[in-house]
Structures are given as structure tokens and as C-alpha cells.
Design a binder for this molecule. Structure first.
Ligand code: ZN
Length: 256
């Protein structure tokens, strides 16, 4: 039997899809763990290079505002699985939110996800394409900062919701990395997740989201690197969901 959360999320997509494609499944739809994370593009809705919708969900209102996004590297499928599970938990148990707002974008790079590739459909590494001071176009960072629609989608989420805290989910480095004033938050999330805290992942990341949001804008930004690239180990999933919830609830605590 499907969970109420799944049914509710799927029903929303069904309604959206029915508005434009009544007779057949949307060929651009992406399904993760049985939940559609994309459906027929809405008019004026943000879309990937190949036209896949770039979606986000909003839970609650007011402050603090936590942004969680995943799948910016399409090959890191476990990150999308965790974000979808997080959506289901928030949808099925609104009390888990506490106060404030959580914004979830579970699949930032749907074209890469469909191909099982890190890059978007133009071969750009979106996590090197942000307009940070250190953008240099190396490491497939694109022809110019924010040249890609998927990057601009994330930038619009920042502008629109002005998150006070951000978690970007990746894999498979198995650590909690941070940028900006998030050292204590990283320690708390490390304890909750069981993943070690690492300030430096060991290679330069010009134009990364962490450089832009964490170090340039000063928003506490966590990069949660999951251990598995494809599927989250089932026994680990509840703990990781609690880690994302703590990232939000911990927003009440002093940052440093
Ligand atoms: Zn990644």
C-alpha cells in the first residue's frame, strides 16, 4: 500500500500532468523511489536544458528558512532519494517541521539524472557554475557564471526565499562539509548523521554553491556528502532524515 505522503505528492503531480497531458504519461517525468519529482512543465516554470521541470516544495512559513536541495550532480542518485524521503516525511507529518519554513528542491539536474551523469545536458558541472568570486570556468564551470538554467533555478530560490540555512546533498564522500558560519551546525549534523566533519574536501571548487552561498553571501551552508552514490542504505535513511530536520530545528541555536 502506498503511504499517504506518497499518495498526496503523487496526486499533486497527477493534477498538474492532467492539465496538459490527459492521455499519457509525461515522457519527461522523472520518478524516484516511486514518487514523481517532475511532470509536465507548467507555463513559465523553470526547466532544464532539455525541458524537464525544476521543482521545489515549500512547507510552513516565517523564519527560520531552511533550503535543502539535491541532485545537482545527476550521478549522485542517493541524494535525490534522501530529498524525496524528506519530502514524504514533511508532507506526511507536518509537526516534524516545527516553526519556520523548509524549501526542498529534490532534483536540480534532472537531465544529468536521466543520463546518470554528473553534468547537465550541456556538459557543465552546475556546482562550478555559481557566480562566486572564485569562478574561473575550469572543471567544466560553464562559459560564464550562472550560464545554466539549473544554476539560475537555485539562485532564484535564494532570492525568493532568502534561506537562513542551507543543506546541499551530494555523494559519495561520506562527510559533513561546510562553508560560511556553519562550523557548529556541521558538528551537530556530523553527530546526528554519524558522518565525519571535514572542513576541506581536498580539492579546489571554484564557482561552487558553497563558495557562493556560504563564503560570499555568508549563509550557513552544509554540504552533506552521503556514503553511497546510488541508493541510501535503508538502515541509514531515518538517521539522515533526522539530520535534515536537525539542520532546520537547529536554526534556533546560535550559529557560532
Ligand atoms: Zn556532488
Amino acid at each position: 500500500m502506498r503511504s499517504p505522503a506518497k499518495t498526496s505528492l503523487a496526486a499533486g503531480f497527477l493534477l498538474a500532468a492532467c492539465a496538459t497531458l490527459p492521455a499519457r504519461r509525461d515522457p519527461l517525468e522523472t520518478t524516484v523511489a516511486g514518487v514523481a519529482v517532475g511532470s509536465a512543465p507548467e507555463r513559465n516554470a523553470p526547466a532544464s536544458i532539455e525541458g524537464r521541470p525544476l521543482r521545489h516544495w515549500v512547507f510552513g512559513s516565517g523564519l527560520p528558512v531552511t533550503l535543502v536541495f539535491a541532485g545537482i550532480h545527476g550521478s549522485e542518485r542517493s541524494s535525490v532519494e534522501l530529498a524525496v524521503r524528506f519530502l514524504e516525511v514533511l508532507d506526511g507529518d507536518p509537526d516534524s517541521l516545527g516553526r519556520g519554513m523548509i524549501v526542498v528542491a529534490p532534483l536540480v539536474n534532472p537531465d544529468g539524472y536521466e543520463r546518470g551523469e554528473r553534468w547537465n545536458a550541456r556538459g557543465v558541472d552546475l556546482n562550478r557554475n555559481f557566480p562566486a568570486w572564485n569562478w574561473d570556468g575550469s572543471s567544466r564551470g560553464g562559459p560564464e557564471p550562472a550560464s545554466e538554467p539549473e544554476t539560475r533555478f537555485v539562485l532564484r530560490l535564494l532570492e525568493r526565499f532568502r534561506p537562513t540555512r542551507i543543506v546541499s546533498v551530494h555523494a559519495p564522500l561520506a562527510c559533513v562539509n561546510w562553508d560560511g558560519p556553519a562550523r557548529r551546525l556541521a558538528r551537530a549534523l556530523s553527530q546526528e548523521s554519524g558522518l565525519p566533519r571535514r572542513e576541506d574536501i581536498g580539492y579546489p571548487t571554484p564557482g561552487s554553491f558553497g563558495s557562493y552561498a556560504g563564503r560570499q553571501l555568508g549563509i550557513p551552508t552544509i554540504t552533506l556528502e552521503l556514503p553511497e552514490r546510488d541508493r541510501v542504505a535503508p538502515e541509514r535513511l531515518p538517521r539522515l532524515v533526522r539530520t535534515l530536520l536537525l539542520a532546520h530545528h537547529g536554526a534556533r541555536a546560535p550559529l557560532l
